[in-house]
Design a protein. Structure first.
Length: 292
């Protein structure tokens, strides 16, 4: 029997609907008996709809990104000069505040250095007096005769004393401060091309530099009487700004007074006024660091 004979013999055989249903049920039964990980449930119509909507939304977002991104790229390609200008402007905006602060500091430092150099010729002979006094071991009395602080007579070497230039009142004229880094020995300024000796420290009468260019002077006449006087430089004069007095001879029980009218105050109140003038370290160049 040939293949064609067999095909012809069974060509008219068709499964009935009942047979089809049995076959379909058998297939589904076998599918339901598979392990869970091998089953693939048919997605619901709601799930299919949400998936399609999400896909369409993603496509729309990508289209927007491509549109604007392409526009930006075209603009950047078409105008490199404008892009460079924008970068420069952005950098300037970020750096402006810091640059201005640094520039202000640089200008202030340069101005002070220039002022110090301008007055150096006038101050140099005064500085040489200290060098000579220290090298020759002059006593406090001899130093006073040279119109320099008596305290210089206690300095044992050129590395124990120094000086700095500082514009205390911001008028562009550098003052000369002779100091050990803590207290002022002498303070000078320049007016009309001449040096002016503003203050000189000695035992029981000391000057200290404070913030904002103010100067604190401590003087004591005895254990029962002393004072703190705060000064501010105005032109070529030290002007009293505040004073705190301790005077047990006037009132042993309440010896503290504040102000020029000597208003009674507690010790705590008096100390608050004194502490409001904050002392600072004086940055000096030692005499031993220079050639004389």
């Amino acid at each position: 029997m040939t293949r064609q004979t067999v095909r012809n013999a069974y060509s008219d055989v068709r499964p009935t609907q009942e047979q089809k249903d049995k076959m379909w049920n058998a297939i589904m039964a076998e599918k339901d008996n598979r392990p869970l990980e091998l089953r693939r449930e048919k997605p619901s119509s709601g799930f299919r709809f949400s998936t399609i909507a999400a896909s369409l939304g993603l496509v729309a977002m990508l289209a927007v990104v491509v549109w604007f991104g392409g526009s930006a790229i075209l603009k950047s390609k078409d105008s490199p000069a404008e892009l460079a200008a924008m970068d420069a402007e952005t950098n300037a905006a970020y750096m402006d505040q810091g640059v201005r602060a640094e520039a202000a500091e640089s200008v202030a430092d340069t101005a002070q250095s220039a002022a110090g150099a301008a007055e150096d010729a006038l101050y140099r002979p005064i500085l040489e007096k200290y060098v000579t006094a220290i090298r020759e071991n002059k006593d406090p009395g001899q130093c006073s005769e040279e119109d320099i602080s008596m305290l210089t007579g206690f300095v044992e070497g050129l590395d124990g004393l120094g000086w700095c230039y500082r514009d205390l009142d911001g008028n562009g004229v550098a003052e000369l401060i002779v100091s050990d880094g803590n207290v002022m020995y002498d303070l000078y300024t320049v007016e009309n091309g001449k040096t002016v000796h503003l203050a000189s420290g000695f035992e029981r009468n000391s000057y200290q530099l404070c913030e904002n260019g103010t100067i604190k002077n401590y003087g004591s006449n005895s254990a029962a009487e002393s004072s703190y006087t705060m000064y501010r430089l105005v032109g070529s004069s030290l002007v009293q700004e505040q004073i705190v007095t301790f005077d047990a001879s006037q009132d042993p029980d309440n010896p503290w007074f504040v102000g020029f009218d000597k208003t009674p105050a507690s010790e705590a109140e008096a100390q608050t006024v004194i502490d409001s003038y904050r002392e600072i370290e004086i940055p000096i160049t030692l005499f031993s660091q220079e050639e004389w």
